[in-house]
Design a protein around this ligand. Structure first.
Ligand code: GLN
Length: 213
C-alpha cells in the first residue's frame, strides 16, 4: 500500500499560515486529480486558465491529457507566452505525460505546428509505446523518492529519448528508456502518479515550491 504523505512543513514561510500556492493548468486533461493530490498534501490549490491566475501561484502542475490540445488552447487563451516566461524565471513546474511533452525543449512525433513551452533540456517522443502497448503499468525504481518502488501507469505516454546536460533522469524502464526527469525547478514524468495514490512526486515537487516561495 502507498502511504499518504502529509507535507510536514506546509505553511512555513507564509504569513497567513496556508500551504504553498500551487496552480494546476486546467485547460484540458486530468487537472482535478492533480488538484486532489496537492490539496491532500496541504497545498492551497487553484485552477489556472488565465495569465492573472498564473501570476498568483508559487508553482504549477501541467496535467496529463492531450498535448496538442493543451498547446492550442494555451496559445488561444494567451497563456503560452506567460507560461514560457514563468518557466524561464524559475517557477517550479511539474508535468505529467502531456505535461512532460509541454515542458520538453524538443519534440518528436509532434503534429504539424505543435509547440511546446520548453524548459527541460530533453528530447521527448509522443505516443512512444505504439498501438500494441499504449497503456500499461509497471513498477519503477525512483531513487530520489526512496526505496519503495513507484507503481507507474502509462496512458499513451511519451518517452524521454535523450537527456541533455541540463537535465537529470529520475527513473527509467527496465530497457533503459527514461520516463522521469528533473531540471532545477522542473520535473516531468511520462506516467500518472495523480491517478494511483502515489503522492511522493507531488511532495517532492512541493519541496521545490516551498524552497522558492
Ligand atoms: N499522447 C498524449 C499527448 O500527446 C499524452 C497522453 C497523456 O497525457 N496521457 O499529449
Amino acid at each position: 500500500m502507498t502511504t499518504t504523505l502529509r507535507s510536514g512543513s506546509a505553511g512555513a514561510g507564509h504569513e497567513d499560515g496556508g500551504g504553498p500556492r500551487v496552480g494546476v493548468l486546467a485547460l484540458q486533461g486530468d487537472f482535478r486529480e492533480h488538484a486532489r493530490v496537492l490539496a491532500g498534501l496541504g497545498a492551497r490549490v487553484s485552477l489556472v486558465r488565465r495569465p492573472e491566475e498564473l501570476a498568483a501561484v508559487d508553482g504549477l502542475v501541467i496535467p496529463g491529457g492531450e498535448s496538442t490540445v493543451m498547446d492550442k488552447l494555451s496559445r488561444t487563451f494567451g497563456l503560452a507566452d506567460p507560461l514560457k516566461s514563468a518557466i524561464s524565471e524559475g517557477l517550479p513546474v511539474y508535468g505529467t505525460c502531456a505535461g512532460l511533452i509541454m515542458l520538453a525543449d524538443t519534440l518528436l512525433d509532434a503534429i504539424p505546428d505543435q509547440q511546446s513551452l520548453g524548459g527541460l533540456d530533453v528530447v521527448v517522443r509522443r505516443n512512444a509505446f505504439g498501438s500494441q502497448n499504449q497503456s500499461f503499468e509497471t513498477e519503477l525504481d525512483v531513487p530520489a523518492l526512496g526505496a519503495e518502488p513507484v507503481h507507474a501507469v502509462f496512458i499513451r505516454g511519451p518517452v524521454v529519448e535523450s537527456v541533455g546536460p541540463g537535465a537529470t533522469p529520475l527513473a527509467a524502464l527496465a530497457d533503459g528508456r527514461v520516463v522521469a526527469v528533473e531540471q532545477e525547478h522542473l520535473i516531468g514524468t511520462s506516467f500518472h502518479p495523480e491517478i494511483t495514490g502515489e503522492y511522493r512526486f507531488h511532495a517532492y515537487f512541493l519541496d521545490k515550491v516551498r524552497s522558492r516561495a
